[in-house]
Design a protein around this ligand. Structure first.
Ligand code: FAD
Length: 557
């Protein structure tokens, strides 16, 4: 696909399909760039520019007033931007030869034809309702109508099942729990949040449990009944309301009917300027395929819809566009815990056969001596050949959003993991540390680059079976409160006196988070002892082990 618009043929009649994130971003940018163009937006729903991302929080009452979610009205858009917005008006067909669309008023069924010089598609996506018996009894949360229906039902319900443990599933679960419902999340994968790896997302399962939300992993719903759901295992769970949050599919019907190219992720294929295979049609948002660092796929996130809406407008108006790949940076809030990710997970990279250096750490979000610090779990995935960052995940109660955003920015701008050391980040004790957790990832990476070898949590059993010694270098007290089976205590402060016990042996050192393990590994290595440090220490091992044990138990249900 190549760019064909030049400054001499700037379109004057622009039609936008879909009046929310991507569509409205394109429409308003178009107006700022061009006062004379005719800009028309068709939206089949009753409202434009509503805050999809806020819907769960009105269900739970956190956002008190429904009106807060409606950011613009057709009247206000006409006044400020001179954009003609038609709600409850669906585009039903695109005639590429005549450069026109057929629009139908949803309430009257009246149809008319509207011509365009340039067309922007931002029709979004549709929540998936899998073809299960009784699926029509379930609820979804995608727009304001869905939200109103869900609130009405939830007001008379005592219990809920949320099918799907992705970000919308978690947000709905939390908010229904806030409303006082007893909530169960049922997820087919062996973990919540597929944007993270299993050991990291286990913290979300723990947080659900302490908030009296049940989580069932590796469980498939087979039927929705009047009483609740039946699982593939035959088990039944009762609930007054069943919510489906199992993903969304891109709204590509119009594009397909019009013969536009569809990409490998089943979204509308676009070039770097968001232009489709038709030089007069652009596509953005959930329906459009995203350029990724390793190809293209769907990435249904609001920030990308807005950015690409702006770029489509720039391209239509003949401005140069510098479109970067999408890294899928995302964050979910869940009962005070934040779970954030950017780039690729270890799971996905492993499937692709990518070589990886994995780093886990568990720093406090700000200086440990200052009150109210909270421990985070961090994971950095690095290409060992280039030292480039491939992905990062952060989970915790405080400071998660800023760490993931710094890591996403570093990754996106091609910084190496070692260069994280050099990031000069704001510090006072209540905000961070003189060595910020992000800097620390850089230091740990540097240690690894300079030869420190590590073992991952899931490799410990294998090493023990091969005869390695697992030396726990924490204190006696810490060890007494829980230790990795098969480990022996070698407290760091007296390790130098016990070296003879370890000479000639292969040793894995482990501490709480990997930091004292690093010191112990340095001591042993300098004594000529073959040593590896358990990455992320006991805390990472514990998270991973609990997640894996749970997976085994659920598999035998
Ligand atoms: P939308 O914003 O969905 O707009 C598409 C519009 O097109 C719809 O209103 C639809 O009615 C209309 N339309 C479709 N077909 C036609 C047609 N033929 N004619 C006329 N109109 C049509 N993303 C985040 O990054 N962070 C979050 O926290 C977050 N939370 C979310 C929570 C919920 C409950 C939901 C549903 C989504 C959330 N998202 C979040 C995702 C984000 O909202 C979407 O990625 C973004 O809205 C996509 O923008 P879009 O323009 O492609 O689609």
């Amino acid at each position: 696909m190549t760019s064909t618009t030049t400054t001499t043929d700037i379109p004057q009649n622009i039609v936008v399909i879909g009046g929310v994130a991507g569509g409205m971003s394109a429409a308003t940018r178009l107006r700022r760039l061009n006062e004379s163009a005719t800009i028309t937006v068709f939206e089949r729903g009753g409202e434009v520019s509503f805050a999809n991302c806020g819907l769960p929080y009105h269900v739970g009452g956190v956002i008190e007033h429904r009106s807060a979610l409606v950011l613009q009205t057709p009247g206000a858009l006409k006044n400020r931007f001179n954009i003609d917005v038609f709600v409850r008006t669906e585009v039903t067909a695109i005639d590429r030869d005549n450069k026109s669309v057929t629009v139908r008023e949803v309430e009257t069924g009246n149809e008319r034809t509207v011509s365009y010089d340039a067309l922007v598609l931002s029709p979004g996506s549709t929540p998936v309702k899998p073809p299960l018996p009784g699926v029509e009894k379930s609820y979804v949360l995608w727009n304001l109508d869905d939200m109103d229906t869900m609130i009405e039902k939830a007001n008379t319900s005592k219990s809920a099942i949320v099918v799907g443990g992705g970000f919308i599933g978690l947000e709905v679960a939390e908010n229904l729990a806030h409303k006082g419902l007893k909530v169960t999340i049922v997820e087919a994968l062996p973990q919540l949040m597929a944007t993270m790896d299993q050991e990291m997302s286990w913290l979300l399962v723990e947080r659900a449990r302490v908030n009296d939300v049940d989580v069932m992993l590796s469980q498939k719903v087979e039927e929705i009944t009047d009483q609740g759901v039946t699982l593939a295992s035959g088990e039944t769970i009762e609930a007054d309301i069943v919510v489906m949050a199992v993903g969304a599919r891109p709204n590509t019907e119009l594009a397909q009917q019009a013969g536009l190219e569809i990409g490998p992720g089943r979204g509308i294929a676009v070039d770097d300027e968001q232009r489709t295979s038709d030089p007069y049609i652009w596509a953005v948002g959930d329906a459009a395929e995203k350029k990724r660092p390793n190809g293209t796929s769907l990435v249904p996130l609001a920030g990308l819809a807005n950015r690409h809406g702006r770029y489509a407008a720039d391209s239509i108006m003949g401005l140069p566009v510098r479109n970067q790949p999408a890294y899928g940076t995302s964050i979910v809030g869940f009962f005070g815990l934040a779970g954030a990710a950017t780039g690729f997970t270890e799971r996905v990279l492993r499937e692709q056969g990518q070589k990886m250096r994995i780093i886990h750490s568990h720093p406090i979000d700000h200086a440990g001596y200052y009150p109210d610090g909270a421990q985070m779990a961090m994971k950095l995935i690095v290409d060992p050949d280039t030292d480039l960052i491939l992905g990062a995940q952060v989970v915790g109660d405080q400071g998660v959003d800023k760490r993931i955003d710094v890591l996403a920015t570093a990754m996106q701008n091609g910084m190496t993991a070692t260069e994280l050391i050099d990031l000069e980040l704001a510090y006072a004790p209540q905000f961070g540390s003189a060595k910020d957790p992000v800097n620390m990832l850089g230091y740990i990476n540097d240690n690894r680059v300079h030869g420190e070898e590590t073992v991952q949590w899931h490799e410990v059993d294998q090493y023990l079976a091969e005869g390695w010694i697992l030396a726990d270098v924490r204190t006696k007290f810490e060890n007494s409160r829980g230790a990795i089976p098969g480990s022996a205590l070698f407290e760091l402060d007296t390790l130098r006196e016990q070296l003879d016990e370890l000479r000639g042996k292969k040793v894995i050192v482990t501490c709480r988070v990997g930091q004292r393990g690093h010191t112990a590994a340095s001591i042993l290595a300098q004594e000529g002892i073959e040593v590896k440090n358990l990455d992320g220490g006991y805390l990472t091992w514990q998270l991973g082990r609990q997640a894996a044990e749970h997976q085994k138990q659920e598999a035998t249900r």
